[in-house]
Ligand binder design. Structure first.
Ligand SMILES: NC(=O)c1ccc[n+]([C@@H]2O[C@H](COP(=O)([O-])OP(=O)(O)OC[C@H]3O[C@@H](n4cnc5c(N)ncnc54)[C@H](OP(=O)(O)O)[C@@H]3O)[C@@H](O)[C@H]2O)c1
Length: 109
C-alpha cells in the first residue's frame, strides 16, 4: 500500500454513515482530511474528533448534488489547502453522487 501520510483526502458524505468510517480510517493513515456534506454540526464534530487525534481535519459544508456546487467545493478546498497535495472523493448519496473527482499526481482512490 502506498504511503498516505501527509496527503490530503476530500471525503464527501462525511457527516454520517460510510463517509465517517472512511474519514476515521484515513485519519489512522495520518492523512489530512477535508470533510464535506450539508450538515455542519456533524462535520464539525468529526473534524474536532479527528483534530483531537493530531490529524488536520476541516469541515466544508456543501451540497454536491449539482455539478457547479461540487466544483465550488473543490475550489474552496483548493483555496484552503495546499494544492500540491493529493485528494479524492467518496460517494455521498445513492441517488445523486458527487460529480467532482480530481486526479492526484501521486495517489487516488
Ligand atoms: N450503507 C451501505 O451498506 C452501503 C453499501 C454499499 C454502497 N453504499 C453507498 O455508499 C454511499 C453512502 O452510504 P451511507 O450508508 O453512508 O449513506 P448515508 O448514511 O445516507 O450518508 C450519506 C452521506 O452523504 C451526504 N450527502 C447526501 N446527499 C448529499 C448532497 N447532496 N451534498 C452533500 N452531501 C450529501 C450525507 O450528508 P448530509 O445529509 O449532511 O449532506 C451523508 O454524509 C451511498 O451512495 C450508498 O448507496 C452504502
Amino acid at each position: 500500500m502506498r504511503e498516505l501520510s501527509g496527503l490530503t483526502a476530500l471525503v464527501t458524505g462525511a457527516s454520517r454513515g460510510i463517509g465517517v468510517y472512511i474519514a476515521r480510517a484515513l485519519a489512522r493513515e495520518k492523512m489530512q482530511l477535508a470533510l464535506a456534506a450539508r450538515s455542519a454540526a456533524e462535520l464539525n464534530a468529526l473534524a474536532a474528533e479527528l483534530s483531537g487525534q493530531g490529524v488536520r481535519a476541516q469541515a466544508f459544508v456543501a451540497d454536491v448534488a449539482a455539478p457547479e456546487s461540487a466544483a465550488e467545493l473543490v475550489e474552496r478546498v483548493g483555496a484552503s489547502w495546499d494544492p500540491s497535495t493529493s485528494w479524492s472523493t467518496t460517494p455521498a448519496s445513492s441517488s445523486r453522487r458527487p460529480s467532482t473527482r480530481r486526479r492526484s499526481r501521486t495517489w487516488s482512490a
